[in-house]
Design a protein around this ligand. Structure first.
Ligand code: G1P
Length: 281
């Protein structure tokens, strides 16, 4: 059973400046928790509890957040502040946290490739640290993807997809659907295009920040040339695998599984407002 995930959190977060000048985008609060805590809790709920963060310059707040802070615990205990102590329960989740740094910011594909020596020959999950899946209930899509992957010996990966509006396709990797595997929204992936121009493709199925991969992906990332911005795209590596006859499935998110991709102030404010509305205060 796959229980290992890479969580890339090395991006510069420039779309949220000045907020992200000296703090990681993934640590921005969404109601009462930082974004990345939602990601970690979702993975643990899906049975994925070996977590390797791909961090970078200026991201040490993430390591501090998931570490145990004995002094703070002791202080709260001494002062009988049980309610506040309960807010630190996530520190004791049954998870292993590891960290490595992407030393050069060369894109998402490169960030994933950095972990190759540590992943070895196991299949693994990639969960982008700036996207929350699920509002009132955590999304279980990663668990569904793992189960499907393990039941299909002949595929090399699975991507989660979500329906977006036609004018939004230039913000995402867009999946071109092939053969239907299951009426619940599982399909064979025909092609994948990173941020296509609006109107250039018919599909509105966006890559929803969760992936399952066989370690073969590393061989393809290694040979993937950078795009015009100098980024080695994970999407391009998947696309090259498809072109080489490798098989991927897409799994569509349920209507009830809300997706919050914190990529702009608009999406950040929306996420904050939705989560604040249901937070206990
Ligand atoms: C990345 C991926 C893109 C995916 C998106 C999901 O883009 O490259 O394919 O759809 O995450 O959030 P980014 O948001 O880093 O530009």
């Amino acid at each position: 059973m796959i229980n290992f995930a890479l969580i890339p959190v090395a991006g510069r977060g420039t779309s949220l400046l000045p907020l992200t000048k000296s703090q990681p985008k993934e640590m921005l609060p969404v109601a009462d928790k930082p974004i990345v805590q939602y990601v970690v809790e979702e993975l643990i709920t899906c049975g994925v509890n070996r977590l390797l963060f791909i961090t970078g310059n200026g991201k040490t707040a993430i390591e501090n957040h998931f570490d145990i802070n004995p002094e703070l615990i002791e202080y709260l205990r001494l002062h009988g502040r049980e309610d506040e102590l309960a807010e630190l329960a996530f520190e004791r989740e049954a998870a292993e946290y590891c960290y490595m740094r992407q030393r050069y910011q060369l894109g998402l594909g490169h960030a994933v490739l950095c972990a190759a020596p540590f992943v070895g020959k196991q299949s693994f999950v990639v969960a982008l640290g700036d996207t929350i899946l699920g509002l009132k209930q955590r999304s279980m899509i990663v668990q569904r993807m793992i189960t499907l992957y393990e039941n299909c010996q002949h595929i090399d990966g699975i991507i989660a997809v979500d329906n977006v509006l036609p004018y939004e396709i230039d913000r995402y990797g867009i999946a071109i659907q092939g053969r239907t595997i299951d009426a619940d929204g599982t399909f064979e992936l025909k092609d994948l295009i990173e941020k296509p121009a609006v109107g250039s493709v018919q599909s509105c199925l966006a890559v929803a920040a969760r992936y399952v991969f066989s370690p073969l992906i590393f061989d393809y990332i290694k040979d993937t040339p950078p795009d015009e911005n100098g980024d080695i795209q994970l999407t391009d590596a998947i696309r090259r695998m498809l072109a080489n006859g490798r098989k991927f499935y897409g799994v569509t998110m349920n209507q009830s599984e809300r997706r919050y991709d914190i990529g702009s102030f608009e999406s950040y404010f929306k996420a904050f407002a939705d989560f604040a509305a249901i937070a206990k205060v």
